[in-house]
Design a protein around this ligand. Structure first.
Ligand code: GAF
Length: 377
């Protein structure tokens, strides 16, 4: 990818760039808990967005996306975001750095990636984190700390892209380390790295290829439901809620809000159970919890779709240890924890059965837990 970027950059801008990369992410468990002050369990993966960048001594940002084959530019003193949705992520990152008193000068950039778009692997967080990291290195002497870089990405989503997301994706993209997942407490922002080398198992992502778009999606509505219930309970977030508390207000809230909150409360204990299971090397319990999460996301949180439920059923039939929707939902991937000796037959069956029902094969991505945002030497 570096060669491709280098060639394009030199042809377009006639200069030598520096290279930066940031990864997509997986999340083992803890879905829709980040914006509820709960726990998540993500890691960065070996699918990245990479950018070739160099300052251009102007006050303009000029950028080209190789994958979309589109060029855009904006002035750093302009308040209006560019029209192209991909360019808004970079515009937002620049504005958010400036807002915090950081420095951004004009630069040229070319970028490309192998994080599949709309598959729930958070290509948008990878893009934001890549540019936030690069601009910190190029113009701020790396003085903006890594948490703040993640927050810059999150604020970009909120203020320029219409997605009221939590912090998980940007945190994983920035803080990820090879071979390690992280348990992040999204209230205190304390986190712990967990080595993740499940001997005898692999993580396989199966992409339904149903495209999800979180902006204007029911994602923001899910968040509003949770906030309404927390407010009704007189607490800041659902992190402090229990099923007893929720049941005590059941008749005062809508059934929809009740089931959204129920999922979040139950998911909180599943993450903690998974931590204990990982500490004990008990991957079958990890897998069992993943199935429970899928059930909750499908029936209570209602962010699944027919295709993802179908993939989850196939996993169960094939004896896969754990399987669930990953990320915001409404399409994208299932994440599967599968014994190595079952892997090939599972993938073969999933492809065949899915194809038979939906007329196209799902995509399969094996993933390796890798480093988050970094400079490529
Ligand atoms: C999306 C969001 F961007 C995350 O913040 C998180 O809420 C996730 O959906 C669901 O866990 O990826």
């Amino acid at each position: 990818m570096k060669n491709k970027l280098s060639e394009e950059f030199k042809n377009r801008f006639d200069a030598e760039p520096l290279f930066y990369a940031s990864a997509g992410r997986i999340n083992l468990i803890g879905e829709h808990t980040d914006y509820n002050g709960g726990f998540v369990f993500p890691g960065a993966i070996d699918k990245v967005i990479m950018a070739a960048i160099a300052p251009n001594d102007t006050d303009k940002v000029r950028m080209y996306s190789i994958d979309i084959d589109d060029y855009a530019e904006f002035g750093l003193n302009e308040a209006d975001a560019p029209e192209a949705s991909w360019a808004r992520y970079i515009f937002g990152v620049c504005r958010e750095i400036l807002k915090r008193g950081g420095v951004v000068k004009g630069f040229n950039a070319v970028f490309a990636g192998n994080v599949p778009l709309g598959a729930g692997l958070s290509s948008s967080a990878a893009l934001e984190s890549c540019f936030a990291f690069a601009l910190n290195d190029l113009f701020n002497d790396n003085q903006i700390d890594k948490f703040e870089l993640a927050k810059i990405g999150q604020s970009t989503e909120h203020n320029y892209c219409g997605v009221n997301c939590g912090i998980m994706d940007q945190f994983a993209s920035v803080m990820g380390q090879k071979g390690k997942l992280m348990r992040l407490d999204c209230r205190s922002m304390e986190f712990e790295y967990f080595p993740f080398n499940p001997e005898g198992y692999e993580l396989v992502l199966i992409d339904s290829r149903v495209k999800h778009e979180l902006a204007d999606s029911p994602y923001n509505k899910r968040r509003q439901s949770c906030e309404r219930v927390a407010k009704r309970l007189g607490i800041e977030t659902l992190r402090d809620a229990t099923m007893e508390m929720l049941d005590s207000i059941r008749t005062d809230i809508t059934a929809e809000d009740y089931f959204r909150a129920k999922f979040v409360i139950e998911e909180k204990s599943r993450v903690l159970a998974v931590c204990d299971a990982l500490n004990a090397g008990d991957y079958e319990t990890v897998g069992k919890k993943m199935y429970e999460t899928h059930h909750g996301l499908s029936y209570d949180y209602e962010v699944s779709c027919e295709e993802l439920d179908f993939l989850n059923d196939i996993a169960k039939e094939c004896g896969v240890s754990g399987s669930r929707i990953m990320g915001g939902g409404f399409g994208g991937c299932t994440i599967n924890l599968v014994k190595k000796d079952l892997r090939d037959s599972f993938i073969k069956t999933a492809k065949a059965k899915f194809n038979e029902k939906y007329g196209h094969e799902p995509s399969v991505y094996p993933v390796v837990i890798s480093d988050g945002a970094h400079k490529e030497e």
